[in-house]
Design a protein around this ligand. Structure first.
Ligand code: COA
Length: 272
């Protein structure tokens, strides 16, 4: 399917992102498809990818031909398996704070965007992946999708708006359960909880998502813009600040070293 799409006319400096367009067939209107392309690391998102995603979205803001954006992951195993744990293993608390603020800049930009951004979740959406999906305006999932916020198993907390956006989406109870248990849930549970809007078969997943997104590209872009603005106009600045402060604090605690190094050794962490 990806091969049938056109390249987007914007030079991203980042090899880990593919930018494709789908022509809607009227005027020069298009859907932009952003693919996180780091399949070997299950599309884990590092600082460069975060920065590039922010740059791309800022560019697309002014491209009147793009009516909607679909964000997905390369391959069939993962949407985004989270923030890059290998990079995080080298972070001191101040690096961790900056990483959190950068991730929050992205999720805030996504959430406040005036064109619909749809997460096409095609596999694992864990940690930062679940947070990025939760910031999108809609989430369409393939049947093999798995959602979760396993940060507590790494001895840290969610740092890209998970504590802010999940409770908006699925309520405080469900959000708390996901965030403190670190449990993963499948797409049926996610659908029941309201975490995803629709579930599609994995085969032809992207085509099915595009077909669905095409439907609302027929509606008034101005009315959609104002609807998105009205839905997402809440001021969560203080909650975001608290989250990034506490994300930094979790890197001051020895649990972060125990949890992150256990993941890298493919072992179960033993917190004291
Ligand atoms: N950051 C960095 N690398 C990651 C990653 C992440 N978030 N998630 C997966 N990877 C890497 C693995 O380290 C592995 O690399 P390797 O081949 O060099 O060892 C590769 O991707 C494949 O992952 P692997 O764990 O071997 O696949 P699996 O099928 O056994 O397990 C998951 C899949 C998603 C359950 C498992 O990778 C996982 O738990 N990932 C971390 C999820 C997480 O905690 N995210 C929140 C981060 S804040």
């Amino acid at each position: 399917m990806i091969e049938e799409l056109n390249n987007y006319n914007f030079l991203t400096e980042n090899d880990n992102l593919l930018l494709k367009t789908y022509n809607l067939g009227f005027e020069k209107k298009q859907i932009l498809i952003i693919v996180v392309n780091r399949e070997k690391s299950l599309n884990a998102v590092n600082i460069d990818i975060l920065k590039s995603l922010v740059n791309i979205l800022k560019h697309v803001k002014n491209d009147s031909n793009i009516l909607s954006i679909i964000l997905t992951g390369a391959g069939t195993k993962a949407f985004i398996a989270g923030a890059d744990i290998k990079s995080m293993s080298t972070y001191d608390p101040e690096d961790a704070y900056k990483y959190s603020v950068l991730g929050q800049d992205l999720v805030k930009l996504i959430n406040s965007f005036h064109k619909p951004i749809i997460a096409a979740v095609n596999g694992y959406a864990l940690g930062g992946g679940c947070e990025i999906a939760s910031a999108c305006h809609l989430r369409y999932a393939s049947e093999n999708s798995i959602f979760g916020q396993p940060e507590v198993k790494l001895g840290i907390i969610a740092g890209w708006g998970g504590t802010v956006n999940l409770k908006r989406l699925i309520g405080v109870g469900n959000a708390t359960k996901l965030l403190i248990s670190g449990d993963t849930i499948n797409c049926d549970e996610a659908l029941k909880m309201g975490l995803v809007n629709m579930v599609f078969p994995l085969e032809n997943f992207l085509s099915l998502v595009i077909k669905e997104v095409k439907r609302f590209c027929q509606n008034s872009p101005n009315a959609i813009k104002n609807t998105l603005f009205s839905i997402n106009s809440s001021n969560d600045d203080e909650s975001y600040r608290t989250e990034s402060d506490l994300f930094r604090d979790s890197f001051k605690h020895e649990d972060s070293r125990i949890g992150i190094s256990a993941f890298l050794r493919k072992e179960k962490p033993k917190f004291k």
